[in-house]
Design a protein. Structure first.
Length: 565
């Protein structure tokens, strides 16, 4: 299956050269929407073959430009290589993305080294990974003169280099959906799909069959039986219906598995603008499901939705030791603590709430039914608490690591696989996504803050945060984070200019939208319709603002805003 997907990702990529794209800063770039699954949706680039008497640097630069044209298995790019290298070079091992404005070429005896700022990578399976700040790409090319006296590249690494402009113009990003290991809840993954004649629908389904991203693979699964393939190798979309015909492996699946794989397909393909329903068959025969029509839509699988609950739009704010709910300009007292509070977070069902005292030293929990707060954990610098779907609470105690309070009240340490991003005791904040599996983590070494995403891996004996990877490269300091959707994270922070900004970061492609913030912005929250609110402290005033068309409107007083039904 992997080779089929790679063919869709790389061989089918039709790209335009340029220098705009996945940004080194956080500027926003907008691309057209893929509206059909036909070859008319892209502008084909015709690369130029080598001309007579090109010098070594011209050959290398010409080769890099020609990598933007994958037609006929990179036929034009291979013309810049000698015969042996042209036969052996494998462009399908992944893509490194560089900033074209930083490219440099250093020449030595019969060898050239190309260097440029590294903006990120796209794996052979279409997963984007942002580059670390200051990361560089270095590639060496050996050159020899052929029998006709023309320079050709005689030795090079596999894979291809694309400028950020190539990527921005030729790829589109989409969410794809897998399941938790017991097939009860969808988990959102992401994919970059080339605008190509192989079709976005085909690439998305092939990606589902190949399985989740490596960081999710220990905690996510695909419902498709092992060995499942597309019977005809593609997914045509006709009159809004994506037609998915699967191989006979599906016949051995039970009803639960068939429903789960159907939900995966429908949720994934419905992200395409030209898909209104999905028709699933097995070797030409309709896939029969109880109480589900042959033309399936997202509405058939709403019980698996990981989208924010649109009913969670009642704003709650902290005022000293009290929490008020504000609905239609009417306030009602919901909770009263014995001490002032600074953070608060409800569980998914709004039946319990976790709060942190204003001195950041105590974590308390109360039931909505009685509003009696119980001390469950203490520390020196406790972060905003966050809940998973099992009713566990996670928080960091900066300098001492991450902790979990299980639903039965048990407190235990969470091991964080931070890799090269920092150390366990540098975790400043954690925020669990709506699927209850993915988690955003902020780390700080006191000079630079880093935001990364990983997954929660739980056993009876331990809880770990695994697979952490950076999702943004320009933010310097971070005050607060919140999931703004299953595929984006809102961040209050500063960039290198020290400007206080709101970053809305896409996990699909690493791009950010930037907004100004109210003076004294401290905390961020997002309601079930993706409206963003910010709590700010301006002198002695504690104010809550709502973002509206890029500006901010004051809605009430207080701090620590959160939302309930």
């Amino acid at each position: 299956m992997r080779s089929k997907f790679i063919g869709g990702i790389l061989f089918g990529t039709m790209v335009l050269s340029g220098c705009a794209g996945i940004p080194s800063s956080s500027q926003v770039y907008y691309g057209e929407e893929i509206s059909q699954d036909t070859s008319t949706q892209f502008v084909r680039v015709i690369a130029r073959p080598p001309s007579l008497d090109m010098n070594p640097e011209e050959i290398v630069r010409g080769f890099l430009d020609a990598c933007a044209d994958p037609s006929d298995n990179y036929e034009i790019a291979r013309q810049y290589l000698d015969v042996e290298s042209a036969d052996n070079w494998n462009p399908l091992t992944g893509i490194e993305i560089y900033d074209a404005s930083t490219i440099s070429v250093a020449e030595a005896a019969n060898s050239l080294t190309v260097g440029a700022a590294k903006l990120g990578t796209i794996s052979d399976l279409g997963r984007f990974q942002v580059g670390d700040p200051g990361a560089e790409i270095t590639r060496s090319f050996d050159l020899e003169q052929n029998a006709g006296g023309q320079w050709r590249i005689s030795n090079l690494s596999d894979g291809i280099l694309l400028s950020s402009g190539d990527v921005d113009r030729s790829f589109r990003s989409f969410p794809i959906y897998f399941f938790n290991t017991d097939l009860t809840s969808l988990i959102t993954d992401s994919l970059l799909v080339p605008v190509s004649n192989s079709g976005a629908a085909t690439s998305l389904v092939r990606s589902l069959l190949d399985g989740p991203s490596p960081y999710l693979s220990p905690v996510a699964t695909s419902a498709f039986p092992v060995g499942t393939t597309l019977t005809y190798g593609s997914v045509p979309v006709l009159n809004g219906v994506a037609q998915v015909d699967l191989s006979n492996e599906i016949l051995g699946a039970n009803e639960v598995t068939r429903r789960a794989l159907s939900a995966q397909l429908v949720w994934t393909l419905s992200a395409l603008a030209n898909v209104s329903s999905v028709q699933i068959s097995v070797s030409g025969q309709p896939l029969a499901l109880t109480n589900v029509s042959s033309l399936q839509t997202v509405q058939d699988w709403q019980n698996f939705s990981v989208l924010p609950n649109p009913d969670r739009k009642v704003l709650n704010v902290i005022r000293n030791e009290k929490i008020f709910a504000i609905s239609d300009a009417t306030e009602s007292l919901k909770y009263t603590s014995t001490t002032p509070m600074i953070f608060a977070s409800p569980n998914a069902t709004d039946t319990r709430i976790a709060t942190v005292t204003a001195d950041l030293k105590s974590l308390q929990v109360a039931n909505a039914s009685d509003s009696i707060f119980e001390l469950v954990a203490q520390g020196e610098q406790i972060s905003k608490p966050t809940w998973d779907r099992d009713g566990s609470i996670y928080f960091s105690d900066f300098g001492s690591g991450v902790r979990e309070v299980a639903s039965d009240g048990t407190l235990r340490e969470v091991l964080v696989d931070v890799s090269t991003l920092g150390t366990n005791d540098q975790v400043k904040q954690v925020a669990v996504s709506s699927d209850g599996v993915r988690v955003a983590v902020v780390l700080s070494d006191g000079i630079q803050d880093v935001i990364a995403v990983g997954a929660i891996f739980k056993t009876e004996s331990e809880t770990r945060i695994i697979g952490l990877h950076r999702i943004e490269r320009s933010i310097v300091t971070i005050r607060d984070i919140a999931w703004s959707s299953p595929t984006s994270i809102a961040v209050l922070g500063t960039d290198e200019s020290k400007s206080e900004l709101l970053f809305d970061i896409s996990l699909l492609d690493g791009k950010s939208k930037l907004f100004s913030t109210p003076i004294g912005a401290q905390q961020i929250s997002v309601d079930g319709t993706r409206k963003i609110y910010v709590s700010a402290v301006d002198g002695t005033n504690q104010l809550v603002y709502q973002q509206s068309f890029g500006s901010w409107t004051q809605v009430t007083t207080g701090i620590g805003g959160f939302f309930s039904r």
